[in-house]
Design a protein around this ligand. Structure first.
Ligand code: DGT
Ligand code: CA
Ligand code: CA
Ligand code: ZN
Length: 587
């Protein structure tokens, strides 16, 4: 059995090898195919078993030749084409590609000149000053490489939640089907929706744990079994993720859930409160002397401690316990109540799907509006729009809105069921902020759009002052509604650029600019503490998927969790409101 993740990794590597050989177009096709496969809900292997080669070709973004390669992988577990490329240039691309600034072509040069195959080779060469001597590389590159390695070491061993959650959910689903499993939940950082997770901690109620443990350690993804017992087992999956499984009794379930949800600091604070009240709190229950006075549910534990129930996303001991005592906890936004998505890319630039496909997928997901925000011309690599194409796109959106909202289905000439709220595609842009803070699109064209987002994709290393001034100037433009991915960080890949978040929040507040929580799993930008600062200052937030394909729209969930981790309420989030009201919250 080969997982989507494994197939995607191989396609991605092929793309990189082809790029090393300066092949035209193909590298991008493989890269896109890898992205598509990685995000698929269904296993490619089962798609193939049900529908054959044809069904794989029908996956949007997968062409005939790539489909045939996937077929070979599924049928034989090998791919000759890939193995040949790998033999020619045997690089550990999976880790080398994580060094920011080293593309496939640079890696090939390093391999040919110095025989660098992996991170260890790379580090040694950089430390001994060998890299600066190669043509096209300099001292600065060498420094950046060492920085990159340091960053990689810091983040290694952790997994990005949004890219791992579907795997954990799939384990949960299978375990839940066992008749011996009465209840199951993933606790720990997964339940707190942290950006990255160290491992997954699964809790189960069961009266008969042996078959549960037998099944768990023999799941097809399990690569190693660290320990197997009747109350606790621990394994490593073939993608490197560790998973702990604990079986607890029903009467301790709430206590165990509270303990294993954490965070550790939150737990320590709860235990102190218990001690002050003359109780003892542990993973088996809340005790007065030997008597258990609570523990079957988390709610009763909080109640006995004199606290309101605290949502897992807030359990970081950052002041939530005091608010719970005073009955002043914020009423966090709910999952599933979001009404729109204000950053969506299409095949007009570097997205996979058409405007219409994105709109239909958003509708199917229960949204009432989306803004189409393709990149602008400075991002030539992404085929960014200039004024002329942006004006054409505006016309196309007008046409689609008419089509969606007419009461007659064009093809069948039958009346379609009319929605309570008609779906609306908003005209927007993700306009590049240029080096001096001016914008990549003329004001008179920006003025025609419903939603103007701006963002930084260049000159990440300006001084803190320059970067802050640059952003301030951009968001002070009266046409600009939202600052997209404000800090520019990419988790496990690139640190945020230096800028003064408090200054930006102040300017956003003064100019009524909305700040984004970009929900893409390796962005989650703004981060939780900055969200909290912004909403305290009365600045509004938009949660956007930044989808480049229909499969990315569900990522909104991670933006919602991030906003909950920043204590956001409905009043703070503009796309929790119906279209008319949302538009009024913009400049
Ligand atoms: P992770 O896995 O690094 O993303 O973070 P967590 O929070 O899932 O941490 P993990 O897996 O080490 O432990 C799960 C929970 O168990 C943690 O959130 C709180 C609880 N826990 C673990 N060790 C301790 C401890 O020494 N003291 C207390 N009070 N709680 C602990
Ligand atoms: Ca954990
Ligand atoms: Ca753990
Ligand atoms: Zn962007």
């Amino acid at each position: 059995m080969i997982s989507n993740h494994q197939i995607a990794e191989i396609l991605k590597e092929i793309g990189e090898y082809l790029e090393m050989q300066s092949v035209a177009f193909k590298p991008r096709a493989y890269e896109k195919a890898a992205e598509v496969i990685e995000e698929l809900e269904e296993e490619v292997e089962s798609i193939y078993k049900n529908g054959g080669l044809k069904a794989i070709e029908d996956i949007p973004g997968i062409g005939v030749s790539i489909a045939e390669k996937i077929e070979e992988l599924i049928k034989t577990g090998h791919l000759k084409y890939y193995e040949k490329l790998k033999k020619q240039t045997p690089l550990d691309l999976i880790s080398l590609r994580r060094i920011e600034g080293l593309g496939p072509k640079s890696l090939k040069k390093l391999y040919e000149a110095l025989g660098i195959k992996n991170i260890q080779d790379l580090e040694k060469a950089a430390q001994t000053g060998k890299i600066r001597k190669i043509e096209g590389f300099g001292e600065k590159t060498e420094e950046n490489i060492l920085e990159g390695i340091k960053f990689l070491k810091k983040s290694s061993g952790r997994f990005i939640l949004g890219f791992t959650r579907s795997l954990i959910r799939s384990l949960e689903e299978r375990l839940k089907k066992l008749k011996e499993v009465e209840r199951l939940v993933a606790a720990g950082s997964v339940r707190r929706w942290k950006e990255t997770i160290g491992d997954a901690d699964i809790l189960v109620i069961s009266n008969d744990s042996r078959p549960v443990m037998d099944y768990f350690v023999s799941l097809p993804e399990v690569a190693r079994v660290y320990a197997k017992g009747l109350t606790k087992s621990a394994v490593q999956l073939n993608n490197g993720l560790d998973v702990d499984l604990r079986v607890v009794e029903k009467k301790s379930y709430g206590a165990a859930l509270s303990y294993f949800t954490g965070s550790k600091d939150h737990n320590v604070a709860l235990r102190e409160i218990a001690l002050k009240k003359g109780y003892k709190l542990n993973e088996y229950g809340l005790f007065k002397g030997k008597k258990q006075i609570a523990g079957e549910t988390e709610e009763e534990i909080y109640e006995k401690l004199g606290l309101d129930y605290i949502e897992p996303e807030m359990r970081e001991n950052k002041g939530e316990i005091e608010l719970a005592r005073r009955h002043q906890l914020p009423k966090l936004i709910d999952y599933g109540e979001i009404l729109g998505d204000l950053q969506v890319q299409t095949n007009w630039t570097d997205g996979v799907n058409s405007i219409e496909e994105m709109a239909k997928a958003a509708m199917a997901q229960g949204l009432e509006y989306i803004a189409i925000t393709d990149h602008t011309k400075r991002l030539a690599m992404a085929n960014g729009l200039d004024e002329k194409r942006l004006l054409e796109q505006i016309k196309e959106i007008d046409r689609l809105n008419l089509k969606f909202n007419s009461s007659i289905d064009e093809q069948n000439s039958k009346p379609v069921v009319s929605r309570v709220e008609p779906f609306k595609i908003l005209k927007g842009t993700e306009c590049d902020i240029l080096k001096d803070g001016s914008l990549d699109i003329k004001d008179e064209v920006l003025a025609k759009l419903d939603v103007v987002g701006v963002s930084i994709h260049s000159y990440f290393n300006l001084s803190k002052k320059e970067q802050t001034e640059r952003i301030k100037k951009a968001i002070s433009n009266p046409n600009v509604d939202i600052l997209f991915h404000p800090s520019g960080r990419i988790i496990q890949k690139r640190e945020a650029y230096e800028f003064d978040i408090e200054e930006i929040i102040k300017t956003a507040q003064k100019t009524k600019t909305v700040l984004e929580v970009n929900a893409y799993p390796n962005r989650l930008d703004l981060k939780d503490d900055h969200i909290h600062l912004a909403i305290k200052a009365g600045v509004k937030i938009a949660i956007d998927s930044d989808a480049h394909s229909v499969t990315h729209l569900p990522y909104l969930e991670y933006g919602i969790s991030q906003a909950r981790r920043g204590w956001a309420e409905k009043k703070d989030i503009i796309n929790y409101w119906p279209l008319e009201k949302m538009l009024k919250m913009l400049k």
